[in-house]
Design a binder for this molecule. Sequence first.
Ligand code: ADP
Ligand code: MG
Length: 728
Amino acid sequence: MSGSTARLEAIEAVTNYKPITHPLNFHDVSTGALFGSNVFGLSVMQSRLPKAVYKSLLNTISSGSTLDPGIADVVASAMKDWAIEKGATHYAHVFYPLTGSTAEKHDSFLSPDGNGGAIAEFAGKTLIQGEPDASSFPNGGIRATFEARGYTAWDVTSPAYILENPNGTTLCIPTAFVSWTGEALDKKTPLLRSMQALNKQAQRVLKAFGHEDVATVVSYAGAEQEYFLVDRHFYFSRPDLIAAGRTLFGAPPPKGQEFDDHYFGAIPERVLAFMLECERELFKLGIPVKTRHNEVAPGQYEVAPVFEQANLATDHQQLMMVTLRRVAEKYGMTCLLHEKPFAGVNGSGKHVNFSIGNSTQGNLLDPGDTPHENAQFLIFCAAVIRAVHRHASLLRAVVASAGNDHRLGANEAPPAILSIFLGEQLADVFAQIAKDGGATSSKSKGTLTVGVDTLPELPKDAGDRNRTSPFAFTGNRFEFRAVGSGQSIAGPMVAINTIVAESLDYIADRLEAALAADPDGLVEEVQSILRDIIAEHGNVIFNGDGYSEEWHAEANQRGLPNLRTTVDALPSLASPEVVSMFEKYGVLTEREMLSRQEVYLEQYCLTVGVEARTTLEMAKTIVFPAAVRYQGELASTCSSLKAVGYDPDTSTLDELSGLVKQLHERVGALESSMGNGNGNGTLCHAEHYCQDVIPAMAAVRQTADALEGMVADDLWPLATYQEMLFIK
Ligand code: ADP
Ligand code: MG
């Protein structure tokens, strides 16, 4: 192919791609031998640690008791030996800064031995605590530069693991990251705190229901991850994909979603090879994934792990994103985790499925066979309903990002309005409760079965699904669909744990008071709580089409917030109700909340700023030159024709010239809008980006996309949507 543009070269390279063939041993996958083989998990600990040490550690892991520092040396030494046997040369405290990414600080096991040699060392105190220089991580003003030090603290509940690299492997230790004053600088610290808060309040409710010896209650999370794959050659031919992770230009393909994914025949094999290797890598890390294609958009796929305890699931989610990116590279592709890499094409989200439970009561959001009369289930479900209604704005805020703004509320995405889908059956039960204070067959006192499933069966399959709801009950869990594909699930889980803890606290107060007044008063009080919650918060339940126009109007009437952009949403993080709730349950202090709001606003500005600068650069140096080249070609054709006596039709040239002029003007407008920031403070900057810069960017794009439809194909420099999505 005699292409002169980066685009044509990329197409040539992509079509010449030779699949890598290094047959993997699949036997170890199918036998399960591979699973968790790189994890310093319970079974490894049990076999390598003295009994008493193992018991003490297990106690900390399963019941949240404080870690005994006395055992740290023994654990560290066993961990080091195990890691070195696996080829590790370094260890790293892994932490999760507010950027949403994963950070690692690597150190060698080797220390000078004082005699000119070196010995492998890993002391307990090194395991428990690290001191990365934290000054380059965002903290939203919490830490002055003179106190740049941050500490990482070992999170015993998330096991250490080995990250392999062909040139030496690393022992990774999941940690929390705090300032020297103990303030959270990361996403893990509040998550751990919120799990404690949830446990405390859930315990009270379960006690009121008569349960003794209740195991620690935790939340579980299972996050379905959507992502796009594009060939690396296309990726590197597009400065917008490199800088912004999404296309800032590109006319929609003639026919978006409906395209058959198998259009280019051999595609899936390479993708499948990638998926299988991802799966292997994740298995080694003890991450239980199942992979599959996503049918929605061309080039888009999904991987879903089996749910785990929220903290572990969150760490695993981070590892999964890293792994997807890393393995994709190996197969000559780039994994895009942006929420909307291609305008007009289905976006990528992360559906966070969550439930609450423990080893003694099981899943507390499982209606068992009789949702109708299972009082305990209804109470936990009502706690979620109340929580979501009271804190809809917070839930919107914790999924807010510049990227997710392109997805939330757009077609094919959950709306920015937070409502709950319950399904017909359950909605009906709650409707009955609201009407007469008790579900029909439970009217007479005493027929509500408390935590025991002895009543007639209802169809277990909650059956009806609603893909348009941002928060859907799916049989034994809720699915929070508004989370963005590139986001950490920590923020959403912190919010869910905390708001549910608050509602359980309210419920526990009432149950305890009722029981104190009348030891047999449980059932009556349960009914009255359910009735009150439905009366006050039932407005958040919506089983209809969340994408419809009517819903926007109705939600407005119901008083449900509709926060369309990140800039609208983020201030909720600092609202008095939210701040006092997080303080009350010891999850985040006011200072920590404010710092978070600040960091996320900063990130928004940074993201949009990068996009705007990339738009300018591409418009000026890629799109504009291509357009004027074509303009020149057309003009010279016209004048040659005139020279030989023809009267050429100049309408195409006129139209093109109009667009070239418009592009020039719009580039100028974008440039000046960027310089025009008014007001002080990060919120003002973010507002400016949202209200002025983004529309100016969109205008540039609109003209450029129109040019894409006019300029001669061999002169068009940017890989098109059709090429990126369909050629693999
Ligand atoms: P669907 O596409 O129908 O939503 P998937 O099977 O793709 O379902 O994903 C469901 C996700 O929900 C998986 O990650 C699964 O592990 C998780 N999940 C299942 N049960 C629970 C539960 N009780 N609590 C939390 N997550 C759960
Ligand atoms: Mg799902």
